[in-house]
Design a protein. Sequence first.
Length: 306
Amino acid sequence: MRKITIGTRGSRLAVIQAQWVLTKLREAAPGLEASLVKITTRGDRYSGTALDKFAGQGVFVKELEKALIDGEIDLAVHSLKDMPAEIPHGLFLAATTARLDPRDALISRAGKSAELAPGSMIGTGSHRRAVQLRALRPDLETCGLRGNIDTRLRKVTEGEVDGIIVAAAALIRLGWQDKITEYLPTNYFTPAVGQGALGIEIRSEDKETALLASAINHELTWQNVTAERTFLRALGGGCRAPIAALGIVSDDVLKLSGMVASIDGSRILRATEEGDAHAPEQVGKQLAQKMVDVGALDCISELKSR
């Protein structure tokens, strides 16, 4: 096999994720020669800009995808939740790794979500998290928050905010589980599509790398996230829209839970669908139709008109 080049964002978390994938690839193909290339994305370059201010989608993946298309790298490792539902022509999602805990996590100086004093300020860069928190605790305040995990945690310890909400999987990968105050329940905090899993993206014609990536694909995770991403794509939403989904497979039955919210969070729609785990696209489409039937497109069109 030729030497392969793996592209990753340059943050500490992203490099840890890419190195983990590299280790798994070497276990699957002993003797594999591979190297990591760090690529700065637009989302990294403008870390002070709120995500909803960026035009378009994929602010953490586009530069990696361009490097793939240009042949500068052979494989890109993404946090799957950052990948838009639509993938550029000539590229495809070749594999997903075993999902870690998909839940959101609260890190707070003042206790769990039910214990926070009215008016407490909670930081998050996610509209999805903000609207779900306000639905649960309308007496709390939220503010936009960007930067790597270290930066966000420092804002809590230095008292700039009373707490933050981040993906539990990010803290687990960094070995910082002890910093988590509360794992937020998915019935109130439906996670981002793909949250907790890594996505491996390659060029469509690269059969050799596709075969290598398939060796580390985690089938249950693949089924779950395929349903989630189909749901997102069917609704025409981007990865930063207040649209969320979580699939869970048990005994070949896939249960998919979805959430769509209005811009101001005044409407939060939730629904579930069950189906054959071996037909995850069908489950995703059926749940999307359920959400459309109860008014999801009205919420989504509000966002798109902003």
